[in-house]
Design a binder for this molecule. Structure first.
Ligand code: F6R
Length: 263
């Protein structure tokens, strides 16, 4: 696992975007795994800037989202389908037919989850997956005690996750109780992972994920088993890391040609 402590969200987005572009460029059938939430927004903005500057062309890629609320249709602005449409598909000029989000309104949700797994496999698998981290250590909506080998399925959201996401809903609206989410096993199948963390609210979860034991109590800790996991954190999110001096030392002393932030 490589940990880079970034000055701020803008630098985090730029490093993530350059890494993502270099991974996608090397793929014959590029597939990007996308996340919703606040943290990846600077990465999507940086990807859009690279495109505008002619340094990346993402028009031909496919994308798969991590998760969706059960019961919210794609035309509901609070759905993750709508969020992905605005922050990813439109901003990066992707073909909407090649951007996939689990269908939280399917009549048969179990069959829909299997179809989602099949669609990822048919696309050749995810080349690089963007991840945020919940304050309770979740990735996707894999809440604590999720199986480390889980696949796409229905999950019950933790009360803390629903409270954290209330900001995307009006005060008198309730956050859905259930979601569809790629499993930890599904996420681990991606060939590269980029975990982004921003703000002090994520500090404890990030420290548990990177430096704690691998445990279903902190689902993000499963990344310790991934061969190509890059963790980008701002100073606040990195504030509980015990080895932050070491991560800075590694960043300052990367061998030429291996510098992630100069790709
Ligand atoms: C979103 C997702 C979640 C978020 C996490 C952090 O698709 O899967 O795991 O990444 O809840 O959310 P933010 O970035 O809003 O703090």
């Amino acid at each position: 696992m490589e940990v880079i402590i970034c000055r701020d969200a803008a630098e985090m987005g730029q490093i993530a975007a350059r890494h993502i572009v270099s991974v996608l460029r090397a793929s014959a059938r590029p597939v990007l795994g996308v996340a919703t939430g606040s943290t990846p927004l600077s990465t999507y903005a940086a990807l859009a800037e690279l495109q505008a500057a002619g340094r990346a062309d993402l028009s031909g890629i496919s994308a798969f989202a991590l998760d969706e609320y059960v019961g919210l249709p794609a035309d509901d602005e609070r759905s993750y389908a709508a969020t992905i449409r605005h922050t990813v598909t439109e901003q990066l000029g992707l073909d909407p037919d090649h951007v996939h989000v689990p269908d939280g309104t399917a009549t048969d949700l179990v069959a829909g989850c299997q179809a989602y797994e099949d669609a990822i496999a048919a696309a050749g698998g995810v080349d690089v997956q963007i991840l945020g981290i919940g304050a309770n250590g979740h990735i996707g909506f894999n809440e604590p005690t999720s199986s480390l080998s889980s696949r796409t399925r229905i999950k019950t959201l933790a009360p803390r996750t629903r409270a954290d996401n209330q900001r995307f809903f009006a005060a008198d609206e309730t956050v859905p109780t259930h979601c569809l989410t790629q499993g930890l096993g599904t996420i681990m199948d991606a060939r590269h992972l980029v975990l982004l963390a921003s703000g002090t609210a994520k500090a404890e979860a990030l420290a548990a994920a990177v430096e704690g034991p691998v445990s279903a109590m902190c689902p993000a800790s499963v990344l310790q088993f991934h061969r190509h996991a890059l963790v980008l954190a701002d100073e606040d999110a990195a504030s509980a890391l015990k080895l932050s001096d070491y991560y800075r030392h590694v960043r300052d002393n990367q061998p030429q040609g291996m510098r992630i932030d100069t790709l």
